[in-house]
Design a protein around this ligand. Structure first.
Ligand code: PEP
Length: 254
């Protein structure tokens, strides 16, 4: 079965409630422009319910995703959000191990692994982010870094669970910098990741896993990325804050 492409917007810590509602309504209204592409909006946690209600009100199939969660179902974890809480407010997806979580908040592959398992157990689709820094790329360590991140972040998942995971390859040097990876650079790493997934599960499972590219994706560079055989969608930061740009990118993956 061909893979359904998936384009997700990571709004990060941006917008306010009114603007979140407005953006979600605009994406829902124009969703048909990217027919056949799975679309996901990941607002800040406090706006999940508002965005979820807007999407539901529009009878839209645009999915709701969180930007992070803890791997525990409940308890004394001040300031954290549990997987069942995300499900409770209508989330179907959760971004895990984004490079900002890894670098600013010290998230390790082991933590991402625990979160991925907890997300799957709660019925959420984890969007697991991996990617090398500029220094690592320049030192020729891209393959080694991405291999460790993929193997350790996805360790111990059953083939059935692995098939549900979305992997986002996001070179850290391309995030929010305007420096997009060339389609060839991205394809090379995506093919590597698919090979690793084949080892973790099987070639058949690896063939089903969607691998997104993320890092300065814009409407004008999305088509060349989408043309690569192992690029199955995009995780979009800055450009997801404008409906025109987000849908322009999504259209390229239709
Ligand atoms: C991101 O943070 O996941 C991202 C890809 O950001 P941007 O599109 O702004 O580079």
């Amino acid at each position: 079965m061909p893979r359904t492409t998936i384009v997700a917007g990571n709004w990060k810590m941006n917008l306010d409630r009114a603007r979140a509602r407005e953006l979600a309504a605009a994406v829902a209204a124009r969703r048909g422009e990217a027919a056949g592409v799975e679309l996901v909006l990941c607002p800040p946690a406090v706006y999940l319910e508002t965005v979820g209600a807007t999407l539901a009100g529009a009878k839209s199939d645009v999915g709701l995703g969180a930007q992070n969660m803890l791997d525990k179902p409940s308890g004394a974890f001040t300031g954290e959000v549990a997987p069942p809480m995300l499900v409770d407010v209508g989330c179907r997806y959760v971004i895990l191990g984004h490079s900002e979580r890894r670098t600013l908040f010290g998230e390790t592959d082991a933590a991402v692994n625990a979160k991925a398992k907890a997300a799957l157990a709660a019925g959420l689709v984890p969007i697991v982010c991996v990617g090398e820094t500029l220094a690592e790329r320049e030192a020729g360590k891209t393959a080694a870094v991405v291999t460790t991140q993929v193997q350790d972040s996805l360790a111990g998942l059953s083939p059935t669970d692995l098939e549900k995971v979305v992997v986002a390859y996001e070179p850290v040097w391309a995030i929010g910098t305007g420096k997009v990876a060339t389609p060839e650079q991205a394809q090379e790493v995506h093919a590597l990741i698919r090979g690793l997934l084949a080892h973790l599960a099987s070639p058949a499972v690896a063939a089903q896993v969607r691998i997104q590219y993320g890092g300065s994706v814009k409407p004008d560079n999305a088509a060349s990325l989408a043309a690569q055989p192992d690029i199955d969608g995009a995780l979009v930061g800055g450009a997801s804050l404008k409906a025109d740009d987000f849908l322009g990118i999504a259209k390229a993956f239709a």
